[in-house]
Write a protein that binds this ligand. Structure first.
Ligand SMILES: [Zn+2]
Length: 226
């Protein structure tokens, strides 16, 4: 929600189409930034040195910078349905490669969230039609890997919450399986990998899994000639 400094702008915005409001609000936001700090955009346009890569869910209720209190320039962001790290996803791998090799981020954070619709959909037998079925299949695989733990949880909500956490854990491990991460671990001793889950009901992020740079994984996935 934007605070309008100008009553005329506010009144005009009331009669606009929803997408036009975004442009008006953008202008308000930019003007406010310049009011507070005249060099703000000039400085930001010349430099991008984020310390973090954020891999989050596309869910509109989980905006990376808002919930972490960070500013533009601080977090490099990739988002997709249910925050998945898939080893054939050229989009995600390009972001990862750029963030790790060029920007030299020190931390990669996979942040899921309780109440994730993608994770929920994957636990049902409903046909979500092609493409979504393909995507969500990866979460069914997470369930299968952790089936004994999950099936032992009788409360449905708790089981679903735990699957959200395990999904984040598996995605962090998927990061560690890439040669992009393994090469950076070998030569730069970074980035550290973090698995977090955000609570829609309380706004709190819970760390659930971590891999410090250089952690050994199943040797099946380790490259020795990087
Ligand atoms: Zn989600």
């Amino acid at each position: 929600m934007i605070y309008y400094r100008n009553i005329e702008t506010f009144l005009i915005a009331q009669h606009m189409k929803s997408y036009e409001k975004l442009l008006v609000q953008n202008k308000e936001w930019a003007d406010q930034k310049v009011d507070q700090d005249p060099e703000y955009f000039e400085r930001l346009s010349k430099l991008q040195t984020p310390e973090f890569l954020w891999i989050g869910c596309s869910d509109s209720r989980v905006p990376a910078d808002r919930i972490t209190g960070t500013q533009p320039g601080e977090i490099f962001v990739h988002r997709n349905v249910a925050n998945l790290v898939i080893n054939t996803d050229v989009n995600l791998l390009s972001v990862l490669d750029f963030a790790v090799r060029i920007l030299k981020v020190r931390h990669v954070i996979v942040c899921g969230h309780y109440g994730c619709g993608g994770v929920k959909a994957a636990t049902t037998k409903t046909d979500q039609k092609q493409v979504l079925n393909m995507w969500l299949r990866n979460i069914k695989d997470v369930y299968r890997i952790h089936r004994s733990e999950l099936d032992a949880i009788k409360n449905e909500q708790e089981r679903y919450d735990r699957l959200v956490e395990l999904n984040v854990q598996e995605q962090v491990m998927n990061l560690a399986k890439t040669s992009i991460i393994q090469r950076a671990w070998k030569y730069d001793q970074q980035p550290h990998l973090h698995g977090w889950v955000y609570g829609l009901k309380d706004g709190i992020i819970k760390p659930v899994f971590e891999m410090t740079a250089g952690t050994h994984i199943d040797e099946l996935y380790e490259y020795d000639n990087l």
